[in-house]
Design a protein around this ligand. Structure first.
Ligand SMILES: *Cc1c(COP(=O)(O)O)cnc(C)c1O
Length: 402
């Protein structure tokens, strides 16, 4: 516990090489010094959090092209708040009852193939999922997606919203889902947590008609790891915000900041709402705004070139490795490049999982993406790689695959 040891050494926590992507469990992403400086500055003054959220939200909304936005405690919290907003709308008496939704319109329609581990965040608001459609394309059994009539058949008096998980290909079509939702005046909530880059996606889902969109602030935006964005229709974003704020205030003295709260909650507000546990600190709100502005302004092309170089170095260093075959460097539209390593498990006498475990036990630990482990492929995702990590990855691969 030397005084000069860094914070992680003092806590006996290993610093890891991240070739797995921008993942919450590995610390999200790394903030740059401008973001950190802004957070330090934010820590030096008292502010009204409602006012800070309102002004920060107005800035974020300019970048997302939406009526309104707020900073949430991550994309998962944004989904819970979005659902709470869809169920309670601006009715403070309904807010007060959440997550008890008995007797309310509390069903959220979701396509079967859009269910993820994160839909727990939707259910946390008291919603019940109404799962519809088939997964023909997912299993290769057919060519069809969800059709309008299937959504219409599922909509009833209990329906509160339609949930949609954004992917690169946006199947079933978001526009088709939105067209039906609009006819029944239902909000569409889009989970776009990890759909950045490309930065055009900040606007894309709202432009296609989504009512609320959730992004992670701690992934590609490189904001504080605990943050997210909820953006969209003003009345719904206002509902989400009022359900998150500390409201131990007197109606007689409260002066709501000019903007979405003053427009929707000037004369009434609930007691602490469902989202009170998702508070976002002033440092993180400021940090996210600065990080977002830097994300919007940055030259992603230049960033990609240096990452491509790191992968090329790894490919060169790992070319002669036994028991493995390097796949081509891949670059999906607007995304950071990746490099797959096909592990010849039989020849190696170790399966791909043992290889991944051994890399994680290397000093320093190396994490590669396991999303194609089922194909015996480990993927090096360059999004989280830093200068010098290429040498460490090569050394770790040499040791494990020799
Ligand atoms: C990462 C992720 C989330 C959660 O984001 P947090 O900011 O960690 O709360 C939700 N949905 C999807 C699809 C994600 O990839």
């Amino acid at each position: 516990m030397g005084m000069n040891a860094d914070v992680y050494e003092r806590l006996s926590v290993a610093k890891r090489v991240n070739g797995a992507g921008l993942l919450t469990r590995l610390g999200g992403s790394l903030m740059d010094s401008e973001t950190l400086d802004a957070m330090r500055e934010a820590a030096g003054a008292f502010v009204d959090i409602a006012e800070l959220q309102t002004r920060a939200g107005a800035t974020i909304a300019r970048h997302t092209g939406t009526q309104a936005a707020i900073v949430t405690g991550g994309a998962a919290a944004a989904l819970t708040l979005a659902t709470a907003a869809a169920i309670a709308r601006t009715d403070v008496a309904l807010m007060e009852r959440l997550p008890d939704t008995e007797g309310m319109a509390n069903e959220v329609i979701i396509h079967r193939a859009h269910r993820t581990g994160y839909d727990h965040a939707i259910r946390a608001a008291g919603a019940r999922l109404n799962e519809i459609g088939l997964n023909d394309r997912g299993v290769g059994a057919g060519v069809r997606d969800l059709e309008a009539w299937e959504i219409e058949a599922a909509i009833g008096p209990k329906t509160a919203a339609i949930a949609y998980t954004a992917t690169e290909e946006l199947r079933p079509s978001l526009k088709r889902v939105v067209a039906v939702a609009e006819r029944f005046k239902l909000p569409v909530i889009v989970d776009a947590a990890a759909q950045l880059p490309p930065k055009e996606n900040l606007r894309r889902f709202s432009e296609e008609g989504a009512s609320l969109v959730a992004f992670s602030g701690g992934k590609a935006i490189r904001g504080p790891q605990g943050t997210g964005i909820l953006c969209g229709r003003e009345d719904l974003v206002a509902s989400a915000l009022i359900q998150m704020l500390d409201l131990d205030i007197l109606p007689e003295t409260w002066a709501p900041p000019e903007g979405l709260l003053a427009r929707h909650f000037s004369d009434r507000f609930p007691h602490h709402g469902l989202g009170r546990g998702f508070k976002v600190d002033k440092e993180s709100i400021v940090g996210l705004v600065v990080a977002l502005e830097r994300f919007v302004a940055c030259d992603i092309e230049a960033g990609r070139a240096s990452r491509r170089k790191l992968l090329a170095n790894i490919a060169a260093g790992a070319r002669e490795l036994a028991h493995s075959r390097l796949l081509a460097i891949e670059e999906a539209h607007g995304k950071y490049p990746t490099l797959g390593i096909d592990i010849d498990a039989a020849a190696l006498g170790l399966d791909v999982y043992a290889v991944s475990r051994a890399l994680q036990r290397h000093d320093p630990p190396v994490h590669l993406s396991e999303r194609r482990a089922w194909q015996s492929v480990l993927v090096i995702d360059s999004a989280g790689l830093r200068e010098g990590d290429d040498e460490i990855v090569v050394a770790a691969l040499r040791r494990v695959l020799r």
